[in-house]
Design a protein around this ligand. Structure first.
Ligand SMILES: Cc1cc2nc3c(=O)[nH]c(=O)nc-3n(C[C@H](O)[C@H](O)[C@H](O)COP(=O)(O)O)c2cc1C
Length: 325
């Protein structure tokens, strides 16, 4: 799959997830074969005003490349300046958020609110396109009503302003993450445009990825929630799309990935903050395993890398000793 000048190894793309898709999370997706990882949405104002916390969100590592950085905002010149900051930080693709349905964001006129203000959307896209050389993408929703008219209108505006690809999450603004994603909207946008379309929404199994591509003709498949604590979804989807056998995730593999996630978290975030973050996040990886609640309880107060790795090993040994022999 091609996004402007960037060639992806395969059609699988990680969805931006606020508060989740930081560097260690992206690295775990990348290791499992995800072709394009994406940052969480980053405030254009925060970048332009050089908020330390916001600038830290631009940190990346060579192993995760290519990296897409997503920005949100409402003022064309601020968005253009933020885009240049993201490009200078090493982003390979710049993505604009036209899909966030959180009240706090909509109130400012950003996110999915831009799908109701086509002139402002076009002004932002034009200003950003002129300010950067890297490929530009846009992530949209169905819009404010379920017909998808606004999705087609916004996609056409994006295309005419020079966007190189569009990701479509076919839920309405008011739907949030409830109900079902209406994949027919992805097909409609695909037919109405000539640039690559990335389908998104409700991919939970490898079979879903195959079905979405077949049903909608989308060029790329974007996966969000199903990748949380489950980076193997990418290797499994890849096998599915290639018509290969879909392998189960073995216990050893699961625990190795957890340990690697701990190590990269400590390396990139620092031991103390990483441990604070891991107290809740490691629980994602053991969902459905026996006595996982006991493991979650045991990591509630972790404060060092060594202790964390020991607790992971102890839980794995407990499972292997009690249930596999
Ligand atoms: C916790 C959470 C955070 C999200 N953050 C973002 C974000 O920062 N930017 C964005 O464009 N979409 C965001 N989304 C939407 C996802 O990228 C994706 O479109 C949505 O979850 C549907 O895909 P899925 O069914 O594969 O999860 C977020 C979704 C969730 C659940």
């Amino acid at each position: 799959m091609q996004i402007g000048t960037i060639t992806l190894d395969n059609p699988l793309i990680m969805a931006p997830l606020a508060g989740i898709s930081n560097l260690p999370f992206r690295l775990s997706a990348k290791k499992e074969g995800c072709a394009l990882v994406c940052s969480e949405m980053i405030s254009s104002n925060g970048l332009v005003y050089k908020s330390e916390k916001t600038l830290r969100m631009l940190e990346s590592a060579p192993e995760e490349k290519p990296l897409s950085i997503q920005i949100f905002g409402t003022d064309p010149s601020m968005m253009a300046e933020a885009a240049t900051i993201a490009e200078a930080s090493g982003a390979d693709i710049l993505d604009i958020n036209f899909g966030c349905s959180v009240k706090k964001v909509i109130k400012t006129g950003a996110g999915v609110a831009l799908m109701k203000t086509p002139r402002k959307a076009a002004a932002i896209l034009t200003a950003v396109r002129q300010s950067i050389k890297i490929p530009l993408t846009v992530k949209i929703r169905t819009g404010w009503e379920k017909s998808g008219t606004q999705a087609v209108q916004t996609a056409k505006i994006a295309e005419s302003c020079g966007a190189d690809a569009i990701a479509v999450h076919p839920r309405t603004a008011t739907q949030g993450f409830g109900g079902q994603a209406d994949w027919t909207i992805i097909s409609t946008v695909k037919k109405a445009t000539a640039i690559p379309i990335i389908g998104n929404g409700d991919i939970v199994t490898p079979e879903d990825a195959v079905r979405m591509r077949k049903m909608t003709g989308c060029d790329g498949v974007m996966i969000g929630r199903a990748a949380i604590g489950n980076p193997w979804i990418f290797s499994q989807c890849l096998a599915g799309l290639r018509g290969e056998n879909i392998l189960p995730v073995y216990l050893d593999q699961r625990f190795e990935v957890m340990k690697s996630y701990v190590r990269t978290s400590v390396e990139y975030i620092g031991e103390r903050p990483a441990c604070r973050m891991l107290r809740s996040r490691l629980g994602w990886f053991v969902k459905g395993l026996r006595y996982s609640s006991k493991f979650r309880e045991s990591i509630k107060h972790i404060s060092s890398e060594k202790e964390t790795l020991q607790l992971i090993d102890a839980y794995k040994d407990f499972l292997q000793f009690n249930f596999l022999f």
